[in-house]
Design a protein around this ligand. Structure first.
Ligand code: AMP
Length: 254
């Protein structure tokens, strides 16, 4: 049974009563609408740790577009069934009021890497991400936390924050999970029409096509994508594009 915890106080009580300790606790933060990508992080945590906690929280401070926040898919019942199926011990399912009693007056800013790639197009996005991750790590107190390489810049920034602030949680990267046709799994894929989904397949196909960034960008634009960026970083090609109104990100190892 997955136990649902809604407040920090409840979590602190449970941490004591269940004799939890960082060395035995894995944590997977999510925004819900769970899919096999999330499941791969959960499986790794369940394998590595005596107990696993997952959080579902659609974090408003990381959305620079209120429309995007409103449309973000919510599938709580299926999510909960998946957590039970994967033997997750705890679901931390809290509210904005609980996490942001300070009304976002206190924020984590990163001044360098968060300004390029996605950061150049989504002002304030990574401040929201880093702030909520710091809050969640301080509440849950896990020894290990699992992040997907699908959101490569996010993973690197979280890892950098953990080092900069001497956090006691090890940040662990997990490889990108794709559908059989190559599209990286993402909660936002639920917002694609069947035609848009078919069209979106060109994005991973071209990222892997052994071409230069400029060529990939050019070809995507020729096909009708709006391209935020295609750039090389850390031995990877990273990109962000729009298929219709849905923003997709992906990256491949070169
Ligand atoms: P999200 O719910 O989109 O905030 O994602 C929660 C975590 O799952 C993040 O660490 C993501 O990087 C990770 N994740 C999302 N999609 C995938 C995927 N296709 N493969 C691996 N990890 C993923």
């Amino acid at each position: 049974m997955t136990r649902v915890i809604k407040t920090v106080k409840e979590w602190n009580e449970l941490y004591k009563s269940e004799n939890l300790s960082a060395s035995q606790l894995g944590f997977v933060p999510t925004m819900g609408a769970l899919h096999r990508g999330h499941a791969s992080l959960i499986e790794k945590s369940v394998a590595d740790n005596r107990k696993t906690a997952v959080s579902i929280f659609v974090n408003p401070t990381q959305f620079n577009d209120s429309n995007d926040l409103q449309k973000y898919p919510k599938t709580f019942e299926q999510d909960f069934a998946m957590l039970e199926e994967y033997n997750v011990d705890y679901l931390f399912f809290t509210s904005y009021e609980e996490l942001y009693a300070d009304k976002f007056a206190y924020q984590v800013h990163e001044n360098s890497f968060s300004k390029i790639l996605c950061g150049a197009f989504r002002s304030g996005h990574f401040d929201g991400v880093l702030t909520v991750v710091l809050k969640l790590l301080n509440i849950i107190k896990p020894g290990r936390a699992y992040f997907g390489e699908k959101d490569y810049q996010q993973y690197k920034l979280v890892k950098g924050m953990a080092e900069a602030f001497f956090l006691q949680t090890e940040i662990i990267a997990c490889p990108t999970v794709r559908d059989e046709d190559g599209l990286a799994l993402s909660s936002r894929n639920l917002l694609l029409s069947p035609e848009e989904r078919e069209f979106a397949l060109n994005f991973p196909r071209l990222l892997k096509a052994n071409k230069s960034c400029d060529e990939i960008k050019f070809e995507l634009e020729q096909l009708g994508f709006k391209v935020d960026y295609i750039e090389e970083y850390d031995g990877r090609y990273l990109g962000a594009v729009y298929a219709g109104k849905v923003r997709l990100i992906d990256n491949v190892i070169l």
